[in-house]
Design a protein around this ligand. Structure first.
Ligand code: C2E
Ligand code: CA
Ligand code: CA
Ligand code: CA
Length: 275
């Protein structure tokens, strides 16, 4: 109806200050988006900074709404989290990403974002295990990216789930390090395999002394703990050379490669199996 369209429109205009009705519309749309094939994944390369070698891809969710076109995950993921639909959506993301990676001839990693609600959902580790068996992907090729928000909800439960995932052979990266509920004690309390420095610290790291100091400190923490550090949001050659000079191991960002659909990934990189 006309009024519904207007409400929906208003929703997209103000992602944060949602009205209950607009939110309900989107929740409803999200509940059907998986079965209506409105989601797809794009894949962004993660590269070693010393030699430029591709090590894997992060899968990023895209929602192609039939009327409104591409909706940003920054808008719809919080709604999916609040309403719980992130659980089936997240399961679709995991299965689709693992299926894609299992089809590559090379042993590249696939990194998948897992939200707090998903991590704390019933039998999450079992779900992941089942998806690995279904798709045939080796657990060592799967990395789960979680933010610290996922940990603070229920630290004990989060630790149990992370240990179950690690027991399967899956790697776990701390996403958006330095933002949000960031706390250094989380690095000690949880069995992370990688630190991802948030892109906001990488912006102008080569020209801004404050940013440089913070990034150097995070790299020092990573070295001390024996954890590789990935810099997110690398956008310029200046940022890249600063990071390489400071011995940051891995980078991701528009300068190293944009997120792109599976079909557009370099043939050489993924060497897709014969179809
Ligand atoms: P994130 O996990 O921190 O993902 C990185 C975001 O930075 C992505 O935005 C990516 O497209 C963007 N990005 C990559 N390189 C650059 C760069 O050089 N400059 C700038 N300015 N941005 C860059 P995107 O795809 O819009 O995703 C936004 C957030 O939505 C993600 O942040 C993640 O928190 C969430 N998200 C995306 N896909 C999923 C998913 O499948 N599940 C869950 N739970 N969350 C997801
Ligand atoms: Ca991420
Ligand atoms: Ca991130
Ligand atoms: Ca983020």
């Amino acid at each position: 109806a006309k009024s519904e369209g207007r409400d929906t429109y208003r929703f997209y205009e103000h992602a944060m200050g949602l009205e209950a009705r607009s939110r309900r519309i989107m929740e409803h749309e999200l509940r059907h988006a998986v079965t209506r094939n409105e989601f797809h994944l794009v894949y962004q390369p993660q590269k070693k900074l010393d030699n430029g070698e591709l090590i894997g891809y992060e899968a990023l969710l895209r929602w192609q709404h039939p009327e409104r076109g591409n909706v940003s995950p920054g808008i719809f993921i919080p709604v999916a989290e609040d309403s719980g639909t992130i659980v089936p959506i997240g399961e679709w993301v995991l299965r689709t990403a693992c299926q894609a990676a299992a089809g590559w001839k090379s042993n590249l990693m696939i990194a998948v974002n897992v939200s707090a609600v998903q991590l704390h959902s019933m039998n999450f580790a079992q779900t992941v295990h089942r998806i690995l068996l279904e798709t045939g992907l080796s657990p060592h090729r799967l990395e789960i990216e979680i933010t610290e928000t996922a940990l603070v909800r229920d630290m004990h439960r989060a630790l149990t789930t992370l240990r179950q995932l690690k027991a399967l052979g899956i790697r776990v990266a701390m996403d958006d390090f330095g933002t949000g509920y960031s706390s250094l004690s989380n690095l000690r309390a949880f069995p992370f395999d990688k630190i991802k420095i948030d892109g906001s610290f990488i912006r102008q790291v080569d020209t801004n002394e404050q940013a440089a100091t913070i990034v150097r400190a995070v790299l020092g923490i990573g070295r001390g703990l024996g954890l590789p550090v990935l810099a997110e949001g690398v956008e310029t050659s200046g940022e890249l050379s600063f990071l390489a000079k400071e011995l940051c191991q891995i980078g991701q960002g528009y300068y190293l490669g944009r997120p792109s659909p599976l079909d557009d990934l370099q043939e050489d990189d993924i060497q897709a199996e014969e179809k």
